[in-house]
Design a protein around this ligand. Structure first.
Ligand code: UFG
Length: 329
């Protein structure tokens, strides 16, 4: 029996496929390659297509013996979600429901969902537990939160069990050097910083240094992508073992400021990496740090990469060897 990984050619999807293969699982990838990369397709079985296309999806379910689905196909740009919300509702909700409904028609009822710390909006205190009230403050977060609720009701009505994994800040690259982070456009802090030593940008912008944090810049919980990936393997095994639905935060539980991340990247790369303080970016909470005891307790998850320097070093290794990413954009 196989695990269907929708969005398996993307950043977190491809790292999860690697962990699934390492765990001896059979994997079927579905990806439209709109944002994913052919070079990140690690499974032998790959179907190019969109999860919103039910006829296409039905064929995938007909041709394979699928026991569970992982869903990594969402659009992720917060800013774009504000200016073009229909793009986000159509993909993250409408296409996602087509995936769920096709699963039900094929009698596949185990689902692992990529959610996000964005469902907490601007939380009043950190660390953030899963019981913190959710309040999305942009359409991206709203689509993720809505989908979580859809999963809850699909569970009650149709017996679908799900693992909702709320990621904090994914970064780094697989230590084998074959897969890494390549978004276009790129908006994430670590790859943007590394574009400076790669000679692709003159400096990095720090979005605000007047936040109520230790050095005034925003604090985030940076988690290595392979650790995130491992949590998916544990989460799917838990569902296959017949356990009930669960929602888990995934983070290291330690916060680093933007300035600290830039300083660490300077150490790792040996490059000066000039930085300019600019205005705050709209919608950025000052501090997001996960409490992820539930994932450790219920999934048996133990992140391997605690040290942010090691995390950035894995990213640097990949970007140095692949300065144009997968080279397909
Ligand atoms: N930042 C800069 N300069 C940059 C880019 C980012 O200072 O050029 C700062 C941001 O203001 C933020 C921090 O670096 O404080 C991290 O920013 P990212 O864009 O890398 O990550 P976010 O915390 O904004 O986003 C992450 C996920 C999103 C998710 C969001 C909220 O990548 O998918 O958390 O949970 F929506």
């Amino acid at each position: 029996m196989a695990i269907l990984v929708a969005g398996g050619a993307g950043y977190i999807g491809s790292h999860t496929v690697q962990e699934l293969i390492d765990a001896g699982k059979e994997v079927v990838i579905v990806d439209s390659l709109e944002y994913g990369h052919q070079g990140a397709v690690l499974a032998k079985k790959f179907y190019k297509g969109n999860i919103g296309d039910k006829e296409f999806l039905k064929k995938v379910f007909r041709e394979n013996d699928i026991e569970a689905v992982m869903h990594f196909c969402a659009y992720i740009e917060v800013g774009e979600s504000v200016t073009n919300p229909r793009k986000y509702y159509n993909n993250n909700i409408v296409a996602g429901i087509a995936l769920l409904d096709t699963m039900l028609e094929a009698n596949v009822k185990r689902f692992v969902f990529s959610s996000t710390a964005a469902v907490y909006g601007q939380p009043e205190k950190v660390p953030i537990s899963e019981d913190t009230p959710t309040l999305a403050v942009n359409p991206y977060g709203e689509t993720k939160l809505s989908f979580e609720k859809i999963l809850k009701w699909y569970g009650e009505a149709y017996g679908m069990t799900s693992s909702v994994l709320r990621y904090f800040n994914a970064c780094g690259a697989h230590p084998n050097g074959h897969i890494g982070e390549d978004h276009s456009p790129e908006s994430h802090l670590v790859p943007l910083i590394l574009q400076v030593p790669l000679g692709k940008r003159a400096s990095i912008k720090i979005f605000g240094d007047d936040y109520p944090t230790r050095d005034g810049s925003c604090v985030r919980d940076y988690i290595h992508v392979s650790d995130l990936a491992l949590a998916h393997v544990l989460a799917v095994d838990r569902l296959i073992a017949g356990k009930p639905s669960i929602t888990c935060n995934l983070g290291n539980g330690v916060g680093f400021s933007v300035k600290e991340i830039i300083n660490t990247a300077r150490e790792v790369t040996g490059h000066k990496i000039p930085a300019d303080i600019v205005a705050r970016r709209a919608g950025d909470p000052a501090e997001l740090i996960a409490e992820s005891d539930r994932a450790r307790r219920e999934l048996g998850w133990k992140p391997k990469y605690h040290d942010v320097k090691t995390i950035i070093a894995t990213a640097w290794e990949w970007h140095r060897k692949h300065p144009s990413g997968y080279g397909d954009r």
